[in-house]
Structure formats: C-alpha cells, structure tokens
Design a protein around this ligand. Structure first.
Ligand SMILES: [Cu+2]
Ligand SMILES: [Zn+2]
Length: 177
C-alpha cells in the first residue's frame, strides 16, 4: 500500500521544485561542489555537479553578481589564485574543439549557458555537460583540476576561443564531494 502511494507521488514530485533540493537532485548522486568567489574573496555563488545514469549535470546558483547576463564556463585549471583569475587557464576542452555551441566547429566541454542575474544579484543556471559520465569526470578531475569562472559580459556562443565575454569576475574550484 505504502509502495503504491510512493509510485504515484514520484512523477508529481518532479514538478514540485520548492525547497532546497529538486527531485532531480534527490535522485542523482552529487559528485562535486564549487564555492564561487569574486575578486574581493566574497562568496557570490555555489555550484553542484550531479551524475544520474550516464549524464553529469551542473546546477549553479548565484546570489551577488551584477545584474545582467554573464558567461559561465569551466576552465582548464582549478586555480583561482590570480587576482584576475587568469590562473584558471582557458576553457576546459579535452576534445580540441573550437569555442561555442553556435560555432560549427564547437564546442568546448567547458562552454556552459549564460546566467541571467536579476536586480537583486541572484540567478541560476543548470545544464547537462556534453559527453558521457566517464569522459566528463576524467576531464574535470584531471591532475590540475577545473575551475568554474563567471565573466563580466555575456558569451556570444560563437567567438573562438572564449565567447567575447570580457574579464573574469568570479571563480571557484571544482571540488569532489
Ligand atoms: Cu570563461
Ligand atoms: Zn569555450
């Protein structure tokens, strides 16, 4: 009896996104987290990576960015030590592709959708990373790690190598969790 109730309730729960954890996140396994800091060292967001089946999803939530549209990427080195975050290197690109989902020769594994930030500084972004779980995890957890970087401007999704997104305003190291 109880089991039958659960089976009926599950599809409804997929659409009930209230609370801290979505139904997707409850079903998936968290594999990494990211604490995103701005240039002053203040935390401006959090991201979490989940695996479900053969897919890896990233969910990012920002609380204190400037309003507008910002590029979000995974960069090749888990190093946010430089004041302008150039220490994170270029985009995560294990396949040797060009930049951008609108580029016929794209895209990088690190190319993520822009995030729209509201007047209160908040915004969220969620996407499935391209590739299998194994290929994504191998690239992200390589020897020098991976960083999530937020840019001053929007990614045009086509300009190689970085989407003409302007300077780097926030950075976080992708950490296994
Ligand atoms: Cu970037
Ligand atoms: Zn790129």
């Amino acid at each position: 009896m109880h089991t039958r109730k659960m089976l009926i309730a599950a599809p409804i729960a997929l659409f009930a996104l209230a609370g801290c954890q979505t139904a997707y996140e409850a079903a998936a396994t968290q594999i990494a987290s990211v604490k995103v800091l701005d240039r002053s060292g203040a935390q401006v967001g959090t991201a979490r990576l989940f695996s479900l089946g053969d897919e890896v999803t990233i969910n990012a939530s920002f609380t204190a960015l400037s309003p507008g549209t910002h590029a979000v990427h995974l960069h090749t080195s888990g190093d946010c030590s430089a004041s302008d975050f150039t220490s994170a290197g270029g985009h995560l690109n294990p396949g040797g592709e060009q930049h951008g989902t609108l580029n016929p020769r794209g895209a990088h594994l690190g190319d993520l959708p822009n995030v729209t930030i509201a007047d209160d500084g908040a915004g969220t972004m969620s996407t499935i990373l391209r590739g299998t779980r194994t290929s994504v995890e191998t690239a992200i957890f390589d020897a020098d790690g991976t960083a999530l970087v937020v840019h001053e401007g929007a990614d045009d999704y086509r300009s190689d190598p970085a989407g003409a997104a302007g300077s780097r305003v926030a950075c976080g190291i992708v950490t296994r969790s």
